[in-house]
Design a protein around this ligand. Structure first.
Ligand SMILES: CC(C)(COP(=O)(O)OP(=O)(O)OC[C@H]1O[C@@H](n2cnc3c(N)ncnc32)[C@H](O)[C@@H]1OP(=O)(O)O)[C@@H](O)C(=O)NCCC(=O)NCCS
Length: 159
């Protein structure tokens, strides 16, 4: 983990999105040589395309790796995974996923907002994401195309 990064663990009860959805922050520990996904995240990751499920975590994830979980009655229904970025003041949303029967209810958007808010609190200036399920939703959240499919948002607007 990069120096200076605090590991806050906070749960925020959601007033948007679905009823009784809780957004919970955690550091996602990365272990070498074989990283294994926590079971709850592995289940949600089944909605991702196969190539993403098979891919190993990127090198930058071993520098810093955070996860925001969306939970309903203590069951994980979605997550946003953020890893260290380049340059250092930037971080990258590596994955977002929401279980099939909870999609299109605002959970994915809320996960991204929670992740960006957390990164703002940690002092990061920009957050990037490469959306693969359309771009309208990240643009709606304030991300702008930075090039080659990469969208960027300043954390300043996420109070
Ligand atoms: C992408 C994803 C995380 C969004 O989560 P979500 O909870 O459905 O997101 P929201 O309800 O906040 O919806 C955000 C917008 O995303 C878009 N969207 C979500 N699912 C979509 C789908 N299956 N097809 C097309 N657009 C979709 C829509 O524009 C939607 O807004 P709308 O419902 O007002 O039209 C979720 O659909 C998912 O897990 N998809 C499969 C995995 C994936 O593609 N992950 C992203 C790559 S890392």
């Amino acid at each position: 983990m990069r120096g200076g990064i605090l590991p806050p663990s906070a749960a925020h009860r959601d007033d948007l999105g679905t009823d009784a959805t809780i957004y919970e922050r955690a550091i996602l520990p990365m272990t070498r040589p074989r990283f294994r996904w926590p079971r709850d995240l592995a289940k949600v990751r089944r909605v991702l395309p196969g190539y993403l499920q098979k891919a190993p975590p990127p090198g930058l994830a071993y520098e810093a790796s955070w996860v925001v979980r969306a939970k309903v009655r203590n069951k994980t229904v979605g997550f946003a995974w953020v890893v260290a970025g380049v340059p250092e003041a930037s971080v990258y949303i590596e994955e977002t996923a929401v279980v099939a029967d909870m999609q299109r209810r605002g959970v994915g958007s809320r996960l991204v907002v929670e992740a960006v808010r957390w990164m703002a609190e940690l002092g990061y200036e920009t957050v990037t994401i490469t959306p693969i399920s359309g771009t309208a939703w990240v643009e709606r959240l304030g991300f702008r195309l930075a090039g080659h499919g990469l969208y960027e948002a300043s954390t300043a607007g996420f109070g």
